[in-house]
Design a protein around this ligand. Structure first.
Ligand code: MGD
Ligand code: MGD
Ligand code: SF4
Ligand code: MO
Length: 743
């Protein structure tokens, strides 16, 4: 196999080429029409789309769609699977497909049922679906659960939780449990609000951004425009990431004049720190210690607007430099320089993604960042604050709508009133707890509103066994994925096809990671033919609920009208009052009470609450822990799993990752020193073993990653490990997995 050179900047010509390729394809016209449709981008939560057409961001700026958005739409515009497809292929055959092959089968367009013992999925009618649902949901409420992924609308999300809570079940697991739950829990403790406090407008006033554990060039490409503009106004960017992501060093954005593309892109990072994975709390305590030593903290601000700061300062002072630097692997000098830059900047935004949350101490990671923001007076001021960069395009909306096991008291009260009885008080299962409960035989019925619950979890063997003990599983989806063929229920597995956001015949709304609510217009689907039989998610949920609950105390039939759902949202969801008028005014809005430009926070005393974040104790297990006779060549490394720019979560669009020089999905990125130390060579094939399983025939790729650290793609890597869990938020440590690489 030939190896093309790695690009020297993120974005750039590969992205432009992709655009051209897709827009000149036979789908091109429909693609452009869809891009211009007034609806939020399907892909990430940066929230492009809306207002004057599909290309405009929240600040009204044009040309804000990235290649990922095109990719997501192109995939939804695929033709439907043939009418006899599932008669032709048995489940055993379908299980041979990889993620990309599943997605390329085409759009789902009729309901399907696989009964235990059957060899083929069979087409059924919606009436049959509702009969199965009727039985499946009439169970003790603790045995009924849902899982959801953040692509559906606010309206569908709201109805999902309302139906579940009306049944008495709080088992509302969600993909955010595997994603930003640590941010929600951590920020809530500190600021009383679990989302970003920075609007897109506010970000434009920052003079320093600290970007931690995020590969934004691949995963939130339009955030890069803001970073380019920040550098142009002489702002500073501090990157914290064990891996050098080329686009964080230099990025060529197609939204900027062609000269940037041709000159190789704009500089992004002012500083690039490569800490030991899972050690960010130690690094931030180090930054705090240095800020204190350099006299760069803001005692007046702390005194006036915060509590708990004395303990945090004391802890930083008492922790030795030796402990800090040996835990995080960053030198005192580098920490001093970065602390100086933060301390001397006027308006600092601290942004982060999965490199922070997917750890055993994810909540502490988040809190250590929030503490640092507070010590320097960078919260509650235009151009500053904490900004978790959310994943799925409407994942945050799901949380706002009450799809969570940590329901806000105000919503609980409002829903009790709406339903005419107090809500059940049991805690409910989050995503990991749901897998454990299913494995223990405690779940009878599961409704998956989108997503890929099977492949998103660690320990795929466990996920498969656990799902296999659930009697009935409903997979509501737009396209087939691995979960539909591997996550089979004990009795009935159903795949239910639905329209996506730009196809629904009604209006819907979504919420971006910057707390901005978008209105998505009615659309059309290319799937409306004689042989297709799709419905909307709203219709599906309301019909199931109507059979279960009838018309009291809420008229579920009437809830098929999404403007009526928005009325209920306006009444019951804090900050969402304006959604009640959106049908009349078409006015998209920022949710009340989320963006802080003054240091007053929604905590009981109005002050931000700092508390000590203990340094993690990080261990690397010896080879002998891997239950294997000593291999001839081998090295234990800390594996971080994540995404390429050519995939969206468990859905793979393209096999190679050009930016990291990984030609296919079965690669492990290692530091050149580690390759040498273990006596390996680049491109050699090895085995990778974790505490959950092993992968063979993995190609070694040499990359700019910290010594002792490795990177592989998910979902493939999810067979390898069981994952530790942060007990405070339930999120698995996907970013710190000890593995043995051997031969
Ligand atoms: N193209 C594309 N876009 C996406 C997605 C996608 O799959 N594909 N998924 C969407 C979703 S749901 C999400 S949640 C986001 C994910 O967006 P990101 O969080 O940016 O994605 P990841 O690939 O999980 O990893 C983030 C980075 O964390 C770094 N990292 C790993 N361990 C550590 C650590 O211990 N400390 C620090 N500081 N950094 C570390 C990795 O090197 C990597 O660069 O993207 C969204 N957007
Ligand atoms: N090892 C490892 N594992 C991880 C992660 C990691 O970094 N490393 N990241 C975790 C994170 S951050 C996340 S968010 C999860 C993602 O977990 P999920 O959200 O569960 O998975 P996705 O792959 O995003 O789900 C894709 C499927 O959603 C369906 N879909 C798409 N659009 C729609 C729609 O409009 N409606 C409906 N009903 N269905 C739709 C399609 O059928 C598609 O196949 O994975 C987690 N797992
Ligand atoms: S940055 Fe995110 S929201 Fe914006 S166009 Fe790209 S994928 Fe869509
Ligand atoms: Mo995510």
């Amino acid at each position: 196999m030939s190896h093309s050179p790695k690009p020297e900047a993120g974005g750039g010509l590969p992205v432009v080429q992709y655009w051209l390729e897709k827009s000149l394809s036979p789908q091109g016209l429909k693609l452009w029409q869809t891009l211009n449709h007034k609806s939020a981008c399907l892909s990430c939560a940066w929230g492009t789309g809306g207002q004057q057409g599909g290309f405009v961001n929240e600040a009204g700026e044009y040309l804000q769609r990235c290649a990922k958005s095109v990719e997501a739409i192109a995939s939804e515009l695929q033709p439907p699977l043939a009418a006899n497809f599932f008669e032709q292929y048995s489940i055993q055959e379908l299980q041979q497909l990889n993620s990309q092959q599943c997605d390329r089968l085409g759009r789902l367009s009729y309901p399907l049922l696989l009964k235990a013992g059957d060899s083929h999925y069979k087409r059924i009618t919606w009436e049959q679906v509702y009969q199965i649902a009727d039985k499946a949901f009439r169970q003790p409420p603790e045995k009924v659960a849902s899982y959801s992924s953040g692509r559906s609308s606010n309206e569908a999300a709201y109805l999902l939780q309302l139906m579940m809570r009306a049944l008495g079940s709080n088992n509302l697991a969600d993909c955010s449990d595997l994603c930003h739950a640590a941010s929600t829990v951590g920020l809530k403790q500190v600021f009383g609000s679990g989302t970003s406090m920075v609007s897109l407008e506010s970000l434009k006033h920052a003079d320093c951004v600290v970007l931690v554990g995020s590969n934004a060039p691949a995963n939130h490409p339009r955030l890069m425009n803001e970073l380019i503009k920040l550098r142009e106004r002489n702002g500073k960017i501090i990157i914290i990431n064990p891996q050098i992501e080329v686009g964080l060093v230099k990025f060529a954005s197609p939204a900027f004049p062609i000269k940037y593309l041709l000159t190789g892109g704009s500089d992004i990072s002012t500083f690039y720190l490569q800490p030991i994975p899972g050690s960010d709390t130690a690094l931030f305590v180090g930054i705090q210690k240095s800020l204190i030593e350099q006299n760069l903290i803001k005692p007046d601000y702390l005194q006036a607007y915060t509590t708990g700061w004395q303990e945090v300062i004391k802890y930083a002072q008492q922790t030795s430099w030796e402990t800090i630097t040996s835990t995080c692997g960053i030198s005192h000098e580098e920490i001093t320089a970065v602390a100086y830059t933060i301390g001397k900047s006027e308006r600092v935004v601290f942004a982060w993604a999965m490199g922070i949350t997917q750890h055993r101490n994810g909540v502490d990671n988040v809190k250590s960042i929030a503490n640092t923001a507070l010590l320097t007076g960078n919260a509650g001021k235009l151009g500053s604050g904490t900004m978790p960069i959310r994943g799925h395009s409407n994942v945050q909306g799901f949380g706002s709508m009450g799809v969570t096991i940590r329901l806000r008291e105000e919503i609980k009260q409002a829903l009790s009133q709406l339903l005419g009885h107090p809500l059940n008080d049991t805690k409910g299962y989050d995503a990991r707890a749901l897998i454990d409960a299913a494995e223990a035989g405690k779940i009878n019925s599961l409704l998956c509103l989108g997503g890929n619950f099977y492949a998103a979890n660690p320990d795929l063997h466990q996920a498969q066994t656990a799902l296999g003990k659930i009697k009935t599983i409903f997979y509501v989806a737009t396209k087939p994925n691995l979960g539909h063929f591997h996550g089979l229920a004990a009795e009935n597995t159903l795949i239910l096809p639905v329209y996506n956001r730009f196809e629904n015949s009604h209006k819907t709304t979504t919420e971006s990671g910057n707390n901005f609510v978008r209105l998505n217009n009615e659309g059309k689907s290319h799937l409306q033919s004689n042989n297709s039989d799709l419905i909307s998610e709203v219709e599906l949920i309301t019909k199931i609920a109507h059979r279960l609950h009838g018309e009291t105390p809420i008229n579920w039939r009437k809830l098929q009208d999404t403007s009526y759902v928005r009325q209920l949202i306006a009444k019951t969801i804090p900050g969402y009052g304006k959604i009640g008028e959106i049908d009349a005014t078409q006015q998209e809005f920022t949710i009340d009470g989320r963006i802080f430009t003054e240091p007053k926070f929604p905590t009981p005393d109005g002050k931000a609450q700092l508390s000590v974040t203990p340094l993690p104790e990080l261990h690397i297990p010896p080879i002998s822990d891997f239950n294997i006779s000593p291999p001839s060549q081998g090295i234990v490394v800390i594996l971080g799993t994540g995404r390429s720019y050519g995939q969206h979560n468990t859905v793979v669009y393209r096999t190679e990752d050009k930016y990291r020089g990984m030609p296919h999905r079965h690669c492990i990125l290692l530091n050149p020193q580690d390759i040498k130390k273990a006596g390996f060579e680049e491109h050699q094939r090895v085995k990778v073993r974790g505490d959950g399983g092993e992968l063979e025939n993995i190609e070694i790729i040499s990359g700019a990653i910290r010594e002792g650290v490795a990177f592989m793609f998910y979902p493939e890597a999810n067979v390898l490990f069981k994952a530790e869990i942060d007990p405070r938020c339930g999120t698995p440590a996907y970013k710190r997995v000890p593995v043995l690489v051997y031969r």
